[in-house]
Design a protein around this ligand. Structure first.
Ligand SMILES: N[C@@H](CCC(=O)N[C@@H](CS)C(=O)NCC(=O)O)C(=O)O
Length: 201
């Protein structure tokens, strides 16, 4: 399999952390692409020109990251990263949705600051997206004691989202307001899967 990827994309990182956690990393070749460049190399696999995009052995493609993670989770024999049914499934999917929502906002903040000409920067929009991130962080802080040592698609998504906030400095210092979340994140970040997928600094 081939994964269209960018080393700084947090959505890609969600997939690569899952690959490491499930022992599947050596079954996927990484192909670096600039998603923003709309190259034929990527749009042929994904009309949206987005990473991650997975190309299977038969040439068919899968996107986006939740779909890819669900697919990969059916390819290993270890503990399920996304429980197949029951309350645990909805909890993991909700955690993933909240973390992905943080990422959507953080990517928009990044675009607003780094890609839009400064004189056209829209402060109202930046404020809206940053406040959404803060509310989501408050929510994660409340549930931090319940995350414990869980390693699943929900906890992976949360850790990747927090790491991306740090990478892009999307909302500034957040650990002071979310000490329990910060403690959990510190531990999770030490996992080999997180170390192996850390973006270049
Ligand atoms: N919902 C998608 C989001 C993926 C995404 O936003 N990828 C970004 C990179 S972090 C991208 O490819 N952006 C290119 C573009 O928007 O043109 C997923 O979960 O995979």
């Amino acid at each position: 399999m081939l994964l269209n990827y960018s080393p700084t994309s947090p959505f890609v990182r969600k997939v690569t952390v899952l690959l490491h956690e499930t022992g599947l990393a050596d079954q996927v070749t990484l192909k670096s692409v600039d998603a923003w460049a709309e190259t034929e190399a990527l749009t042929a696999d994904n009309p949206l020109s987005m990473v991650p995009t997975l190309v299977l052995e038969d040439g068919s493609t899968l996107f986006d990251s939740p779909v890819i993670c669900d697919f990969l989770d059916h390819m290993h024999r270890g503990a399920r990263m996304l429980p197949s049914s029951g309350e645990a499934r909805w909890r993991v999917l909700r955690d993933q949705a909240l973390a992905d929502g943080i990422l959507d906002c953080a990517v928009l903040v990044f675009v607003e600051i780094n890609k839009r000409p400064e004189e056209k920067r829209w402060d109202w929009w930046l404020g809206l997206k940053r406040r959404a991130i803060w509310r989501a962080l408050e929510c994660l802080e409340q549930q931090a004691p319940d995350i414990g040592s869980r390693v699943d698609l929900g906890s992976i998504s949360m850790a990747v989202a927090l790491a991306y906030l740090d990478l892009r400095d999307a909302v500034g210092e957040w650990r002071g307001k979310c000490p329990r979340l910060a403690a959990w994140f510190g531990g999770f970040s030490d996992r080999p899967s997180m170390r192996a997928t850390a973006p270049p600094v």
